[in-house]
Design a protein around this ligand. Structure first.
Ligand code: ZN
Length: 501
């Protein structure tokens, strides 16, 4: 069995090597590649994706999994070997249903669609992306159809990123959350808006980047095993536990875009830097689901980075770095500015309270598009109508409407957005659990100390990589299923005090 485990690991690592090589190419595409490289790069990533797929779906791996299953069943559920066999089998069964040729086609199409979107969005040209988006929808449907027997056509696609979740369970959680959020948003937006003019001065790019790096280091992102670069649409990517990179964008007329973006991506990255090295290069070597991933980015960005305690420690440092911009702005004014709640157009700029409403409408559009209830060509008008109904304002153009997010243009339609709101819900759940074990965490944050919190997350979440599903992690940590209450409680307390609700 030892020999067979060794062989399995070796084969999995080879497949992972190809996948990570493809990831390096797409990191480069999003950071340093000149526009002229787009066509060749689309082909190169497609080739690597197809090779990785072929390696991973090698029947020899299936045979090894069959032979090793009785061994896995004799082991404790949480042992590395049992988890590796269990998780690999799940992915193997999923991947063997998707023909390698389809994966290549999909990858090539999405690279092209991304390149077109990157040009068409600033030009506000939906007509240009429409045929690409139609093809993406078609391919997304085809992909779902490789997994017949679903309740809803979005379920297989949701399962890729948030295993265990389905349209029915997500709709239920979202409906509960919506019922709580809408009155909070109404109560806050009925008041005069917070003054965030202190954030809208000129903040030079180099200084913002330096500050981002400083804060990321302080909270525990390891630059010996990572780096920060500029991109259009910030992301985190993992080539190995020793090389987990983050990207950001800077707006010189807006303080916060860079800083909170960097904290967000550092949250993703600390998760993957915290995985036990023994799991690296295998299907256990990364974050377990997009919801759990997002719980970490949102926890560090919002529950930590936008907290009063965090400001107490860092704000004097920000003032020292930007004396002209912030020197005479009191901490309280800064705290209110970074927690301003408003009806806004762009999801990534949205505050904590309205953010989930942005996600919910996207999830509903994904379901409508996949069901065939909504045609791609009608998306812009449908978007504007729904946006007005849910958020209370209307986009002036598609650039800031249905073309604002990269997800549908650089990936699938379906499964791309629910993780953000699941992540918010989970961030509240995990933070509450960490505070129960260490009630002094907020006081430590006030002192600029983040080790207790990060170590708690490492012990309970990071180190395990993908050994446990999101549901299993929640069960191990809280003893029950996912609940919205701690997150709602967090919002009520923080915004209740800020807006005197
Ligand atoms: Zn994120």
């Amino acid at each position: 069995m030892k020999e067979k485990m060794h062989l399995l690991r070796q084969k999995l690592i080879e497949a992972d090597d190809l996948e990570k090589a493809a990831a390096v190419l797409s990191w480069d595409q999003s950071t340093y590649m000149p526009p002229g490289g787009a066509a060749a790069r689309a082909r190169q990533t497609a080739t690597l994706a197809q090779l990785a797929q072929e390696k991973f779906t090698d029947p020899a791996i299936g045979k090894l999994l069959d032979e090793l299953t009785p061994y896995a069943e004799s082991l404790p559920y949480d042992s590395d070997d049992a988890a590796l066999i269990r998780v690999t089998r799940r992915q193997y069964e999923r991947m063997t249903r998707i023909p390698a040729e389809f994966v290549g086609k999909m990858s090539e199409h999405t690279s092209q669609a991304y390149a077109i979107w990157a040009e068409a969005r600033p030009a506000n040209d939906f007509a240009r992306v429409q045929p690409y988006l139609e093809k993406t929808l078609d391919l997304s449907r085809q992909l779902a159809e490789f997994f017949p027997g679903y309740e809803h056509i979005i379920d297989p696609l949701v399962g890729f990123s948030d295993y265990g979740m389905k349209a029915s369970s997500i709709r239920r959680l979202f409906a509960e959350l919506r019922k709580e959020l809408v009155p909070i948003v109404q109560a806050i937006t009925a008041q005069p808006p917070a003054d965030d003019s202190c954030l809208r001065k000129r903040y030079p790019q180099d200084q913002q980047l330096a500050l981002g790096k400083e804060v990321a280091s302080q909270i525990g992102y390891d630059f010996q095993r990572g780096r920060l670069d500029l991109t259009h649409h910030p992301f985190e990517t993992n080539f190995a536990v020793g090389d987990v990179r983050i990207t950001t964008r800077v707006k010189e007329n807006l303080f916060g875009e860079c800083l909170f973006g960097v904290i967000h991506e550092s949250g993703h990255a600390m998760y993957e830097q915290g995985v036990r090295p023994e799991l690296d290069g295998t299907p256990l070597g990364g974050g377990t689901s997009s919801g759990v991933h997002e719980s970490q980015s949102r926890l560090w960005e919002n529950l930590v980075g936008r907290s009063r305690n965090f400001c107490e420690f860092f704000y004097p440092r920000f003032q020292a770095m930007f004396p002209e911009q912030l020197g005479d702005v009191p901490l309280e004014a800064y705290y209110r500015a970074i927690n301003k709640v408003e009806r806004s157009l762009i999801r990534t700029d949205a505050d904590e309270v309205t953010y989930n409403l942005h996600v919910m409408l996207r999830f509903d559009f994904e379901m409508d598009l996949l069901e065939g209830k909504l045609a791609v060509k009608h998306l812009p008008e449908a978007w504007n109508e729904r946006f007005l109904a849910d958020i209370g304002i209307q986009p002036q153009d598609d650039k800031d409407g249905c073309m604002q997010d990269v997800h549908w243009y650089g990936g699938l339609i379906g499964g791309a957005f629910q993780g953000y709101t699941l992540g918010n819900i989970l961030s509240g759940l995990f933070y509450e659990a960490a505070l129960k074990d260490h009630p002094d965490i907020p006081a430590q944050i006030r002192q600029g100390q983040f080790d207790t919190l990060r170590n708690w997350m490492t012990e309970h979440i990071y180190q395990h990589g993908s050994k446990f599903t999101a549901d299993e992690l929640v069960m191990r940590i809280t003893g029950g299923p996912i609940r919205i209450e701690p997150y709602i409680q967090y919002l009520r307390t923080k915004y209740g005090e800020l807006y005197d609700l």
